[in-house]
Ligand binder design. Structure first.
Ligand code: INS
Length: 647
């Protein structure tokens, strides 16, 4: 089954064009002349061959013109983009439905009187359901194909949005959130696979990364919708939760007209349909070679791995797929362990900590955070085919780890200069409260039931007291000086829930911004992109199901443990811990993640033939651009050093 890259030969004038461009650049440098002559003498590669088309274009000018003409004609048809964008609506819904709930909860908890447990249930039920359905999605994808799974996901999104918008009680809401979660899980594992399978190799990274762009776009859009409808105290949450039906319906109807993945069809023996769809996706480009390569690959796979036993067992017993699975799941695990969702969730507090007093402003600034995540994912779309997956992921995770250290240091410095509590007012209802036991703001801040009421003298905190927070709104105290928002603000009092006002708060803000700038282009999208390409066809659905499942399981794990981790290790401890995970992830990625840029899906398996985690050793080869050119049945392997041979 293993195919050496050199077996997958490609006759490509585009490569010639690239090589000639390189040659021209060298000539312009004035240094190419002698080198070119020597190299040409050594291997008069192309000229010596009897390829009539090349011979007829013997002069460099003709050849170049022919290459350019071919290059211009080889344009990717718009259809591939249409298909990718329609599929990526699944990513948008994933982002929207995971992002919108925080704003909806602010309104819901008042209207339906939700306690902490119910709020927690409404958030984690979706993520938990997504974990389960991502795992089940593997079987569905293998049996029914990618298209029915995308249709199923959009159906679930639509149904879930309808139930949520019309819900009369919390139980119905819970049901709706579970249905939406089932849709998210199926979409999160199917969409990247589908896009990777229809995209041409040179655009695959970019098109799959667009799916993550849609995820972060969905999160941004959700935060804007939350901001807008937060002004509508009654039923605002119905609009927030119901709006996702719009893109879901668009995707559903769009996909009724869009095709199945040609690779899946070939695997199922529906070769005529597969050929038709493949040529639709490739426009004027010849598809024979790609078609044969996919077909041969499937046949070889069947011969070598056999079809007996569950796919996951076959994957685990066959070393290349076992290694790919470890890399894919490892990437997803480290994505979540670097704390993205905690940082996003916590952004409003970090912003408040840095001096944003107004609650509404904090909501809008949280939308700004989501916007930074979105815009820098766009940078990733731009970079992925330039830098390649490996360098982009390594660079991104290094920056993420440094940003986490800055974020943690911000919290650490703030904790060290944590204001002292100087006033201890007694509860008028004489109820016992834990809040009075804290002598410093730091302890008060970590207790979810308490907040700090204080005044400012220049920039120092004075007359501070730790008092219970109002059960309905974390923006004010349950009783005392800070219990009436309009009055206490007029009197020059401030209320801090979840944070302590200190002169170092800006460090945390800097850490937050740097975190998003570095995380979003690489660690955000690459785990999804890489997973969509590293498994051979027979293992692709199962591989993606497992790795998406790992992503969701760690997502739940990190979100559920954050508050406890912060309680035991304090905030800075929690962020130092994430920085530690990011550092471990760096070692893992440096050692184990091979470069998949520009390779055909069928070639990628050969990257996992060597022992696991030996990629770091071959880093020096990475920059070399390798082209395989078939000239009348012969295979030539040209490194960039051979560019001069072409003319
Ligand atoms: O790739 C995405 C993206 O980075 C999102 O912002 C994040 O919320 C998801 O958990 C992650 O899987």
């Amino acid at each position: 089954m293993s195919r050496k890259a050199s077996d997958n030969v490609e006759y490509t004038l585009r490569s010639l064009s690239n090589l000639m461009g390189e040659k021209r650049r060298r000539q312009a440098d004035g240094s190419a002349g002698s080198g070119a002559a020597a190299a040409a003498g050594e291997r008069s590669l192309i000229a010596a061959e009897s390829c009539s088309s090349l011979n007829s274009a013997a002069s460099g000018g003709d050849l170049e013109r022919a290459a350019r003409r071919q290059f211009q004609q080889d344009e990717t048809p718009g259809f591939v983009y249409v298909v990718s964008v329609f599929s990526a609506l699944g990513g948008f819904l994933f982002g929207y439905d995971t992002g919108v709930v925080s704003g909806a909860l602010l309104l819901l908890k008042r209207e339906l009187n939700l306690d902490a447990l119910w709020q927690e249930l409404l958030v984690s039920s979706t993520v938990g359901a997504a974990a389960l359905s991502a795992l089940a999605g593997g079987v569905l994808n293998g049996l029914c194909g990618r298209r029915p799974c995308i249709l199923l996901a959009s159906g679930l999104f639509t149904a879930g949005a309808g139930v949520l918008a019309a819900a009369r009680d919390k139980e119905t809401l819970l049901g709706g959130r579970v249905v939406v979660g089932l849709g998210i899980g199926v979409a999160s594992m199917t969409v990247p696979v589908y896009i990777a399978e229809v995209a041409p190799p040179h655009l695959r990274g970019r098109l799959v990364t667009i799916n993550t762009l849609f995820i972060t776009g969905g999160q941004f859009f959700a935060s804007v919708v939350d901001g807008i409808f937060s002004y509508l105290a009654k039923d605002g949450w119905r609009y927030m939760l119901g709006l996702s039906a719009v893109p879901a319906v668009i995707q559903f109807f769009g996909f009724l007209f869009l095709p199945e993945s040609p690779r899946w069809l070939i695997q199922k023996g529906q070769t005529q349909r597969a050929r038709r769809i493949l040529s639709q996706m490739r426009g004027n480009q010849a598809i024979d070679e790609e078609y044969d390569s996919i077909k041969n690959n499937i046949e070889e796979e069947e011969k070598e791995v056999g079809a007996a036993g569950p796919v996951i067992c076959r994957m685990l017993t066959y070393p290349p797929t076992r290694r790919a699975l470890i890399v894919g799941c490892g990437l997803q695990m480290f994505q979540q362990l670097s704390g993205i969702n905690t940082v996003m969730y916590y952004s409003a507090t970090i912003l408040q900590m840095s001096g944003v007093e107004d609650d509404r402003l904090a909501i809008w600034l949280a939308a700004l955070t989501a916007f930074i995540n979105f815009i820098f994912t766009l940078v990733g779309v731009w970079l992925v085919e330039r830098m390649g997956r490996r360098k982009l992921t390594l660079g991104s995770l290094t920056g993420t780890a440094v940003a986490l250290l800055i974020l943690a240091s911000g919290f650490l410095l703030s904790a060290q200069v944590s204001p002292r509590i100087t006033l201890n007012p007694s509860d008028p209802s004489r109820q016992n409260s834990t809040c009075t036991k804290y002598s410093y703001c730091n302890g008060c801040m970590l207790d979810p039931d308490c907040g700090l009421c204080y005044k400012l003298n220049k920039s120092s905190v004075v007359e501070s007291s730790c008092v219970p927070v109002d059960k309905d709104s974390t923006m004010k105290a349950a009783w005392g000086r800070c219990s009436n928002e309009t009055v206490f603000k007029k009197e020059g009092l401030f209320w801090a829930y979840n944070f302590c006002p200190t002169p170092y708060s800006w460090t945390a803000l800097l850490g937050l911004i740097l975190y998003l700038v570095f995380f979003a282009p690489g660690m955000g999208p690459m785990p999804w992109t890489v997973n969509s390409e590293i498994y051979p066809l027979w293992a692709r659905s199962t591989g993606n199901a497992c790795s998406s499942g790992v992503n969701w399981v760690f997502n739940v794990f990190v979100s559920l443990t954050f508050l406890h981790t912060a309680e035991y290790l304090t905030y800075y401890g929690a962020f130092f811990l994430y920085a530690g995970f990011a550092a471990l992830g760096l070692v893992f990625i440096y050692g184990c993640l091979p470069e998949t840029k520009g390779k055909k899906l069928e070639e990628i398996e050969s990257l996992f033939e060597n022992r696991l985690c030996t990629c770091g050793m071959s880093d020096s080869d990475e920059g070399r651009y390798i082209e395989y050119i078939r000239v009348k049945g012969s295979n030539y392997h040209l490194s960039d050093n051979d560019a001069s041979d072409v003319e």
